[in-house]
Write a protein that binds this ligand. Structure first.
Ligand code: NAD
Length: 301
């Protein structure tokens, strides 16, 4: 019978482990917090372990759902670490959002011990973890994904094979970059509106229905720059004009728009890079030129 271990029973990990157990996978669970472990005592198909090594003893699969890479490292290779007691050729499914370089280094160490690893970060919320509707990103070979799929299907309703090992956690961080910068942009925008005395509900309502609110990635980018069409629906030159008007107004109202200031610098580069008459979405090409994207950067451990 397949033996599964799950380490990290926090906001995300606890409901995920419960779903594995409810799907009748024989599961041993461990968390450094006693209260998190105690919540799993007495469940059928579940053994509450006393250490990572104990949880992993003889396990074919180990799921890790921990805050950061340092915790994963400790769980795998620390005192009473899980790596030493996993079954030969066991698969570690690393689901935390960590540092891709450290994930790769851990995979190398595991490989030397005869064990395998895939990077498998998740998207969406704790409510999705409970409902089994997470988005699951997988980095690793197609064969390993198929091997793990019955267990991954307990956690999510969308499993995306991103590519080779390491690619899923990179994609996750790229996504989270957009998420977090979007937080600042949204907050900055609402603060700007408030400083100008605009009604917040009205502003939110209007923004939810403009291109800005619906998202460039959904509206303009697919039909313009990503489709190879740089003809200007709205040129970078006029983008610079509007951004400058907004920033001048913000300055007079005493609203600090930090993201806006950086963005204006970038729009101002369109002219020297010969792109000011191209569509605003050509901002992508401007940034790719500056970053020398024809030379893809290798991520090193
Ligand atoms: P959490 O802090 O609620 O849970 C982490 C658990 O790991 C805790 O119970 C903690 O006690 C345990 N832990 C820490 N160190 C340990 C160790 N050495 N040994 C055993 N257990 C240890 O975090 P979370 O919200 O469940 O998130 C887990 C990961 O998933 C993070 O990387 C997070 O970024 C990512 N994530 C979170 C969400 C979310 O909405 N919360 C969504 C997607 C991804």
């Amino acid at each position: 019978m397949t033996q599964v271990a799950f380490i990290g029973l926090g906001v995300m990990g606890a409901p995920m482990a419960r779903r594995l157990i409810a799907s009748r996978f024989a599961t041993s669970v461990y968390d450094v917090r006693a209260d998190a472990r105690a919540a799993f005592s007495g469940l059928d198909n579940c053994r509450v372990a006393t250490s990572p090594a104990d949880a992993a003893a003889g396990a074919d699969y180990l799921f890790t759902m921990l805050p950061e890479s340092s915790h994963v490292d400790e769980v795998l290779f620390g005192m009473q670490g899980a790596a030493q007691s996993l079954a030969n050729n066991a698969l570690v499914v690393e689901m935390s959002t960590g540092d891709p370089r450290r994930t790769m280094a851990m995979a190398e160490s595991l490989e030397q011990m005869g064990k395998r690893m895939i990077d498998c970060p998740v998207g969406r919320t704790p409510a999705d973890a409970k409902a089994g509707t997470l988005l699951i990103l997988v980095g690793g070979s197609g064969d390993i994904l198929e091997e793990a799929r019955p267990m991954l299907a307990c956690f999510g309703d969308e499993i995306v094979h991103v590519g080779p090992f390491g690619s899923a956690i990179k994609l996750k961080l790229v996504n989270n970059y957009m998420t977090m910068v979007g937080m600042v942009m949204t907050a900055e925008t609402l603060m700007f509106g408030r400083k100008l005395g605009l009604d917040r509900d009205m502003l939110v309502h209007v923004l939810q229905n403009t291109v800005a609110g619906r998202g460039q990635i959904n509206v303009n980018f697919p039909k313009k720059v990503l489709a190879g069409d740089l003809s200007a629906d709205f040129p970078l030159r006029l983008g610079l004009k509007d951004l400058s008007l907004a920033l001048d107004l913000a300055k007079s109202a005493g609203a600090p728009l930090l993201l806006g200031g950086v963005s204006r610098e970038l729009f101002a580069l369109a002219a020297p890079w010969g792109r000011s008459e191209q569509d605003c979405t050509a901002m992508l090409l401007l940034l790719e030129d500056i970053a020398h994207c024809d030379n893809i950067g290798e991520v090193r451990c």
